[in-house]
Write a new protein. Structure first.
Length: 96
């Protein structure tokens, strides 16, 4: 049935390919919950690293076998939220 096919999938819930992205959603979720965080509390180095991680691993998730769409989606979310914070930090510290 449907549940059996999900459980038996190459990137299903009994593999690391499933649980690693699920735990990474906590990082992305925390970032999305603080989109209005004061810029003085944003680390330029940390958000540069998170933005680059999201960017590079979005592509990587589509190159590995099995293709991991969950990993790709969480890295796109990480890229978006981190780039938002990084942009705000750069604007506040260097452009304003």
């Amino acid at each position: 049935g449907f549940v059996s096919s999900i459980a038996a999938a190459e990137a299903g819930p009994f593999t690391v390919h499933f649980w690693a992205p699920m735990s990474k959603w906590m990082i992305s979720g925390a970032s999305f919950m603080e989109l209005d965080r004061p810029t003085e509390k944003i680390s330029l180095a940390q958000y540069t690293a998170l933005t680059m991680t999201g960017f590079f691993f979005s592509r990587y998730a589509l190159l590995v076998a099995p293709i991991n769409y969950t990993l790709c989606s969480v890295n796109i979310a990480l890229f978006g939220s981190s780039a938002w914070h990084l942009g705000r930090k750069i604007k506040a510290d260097f452009l304003s």
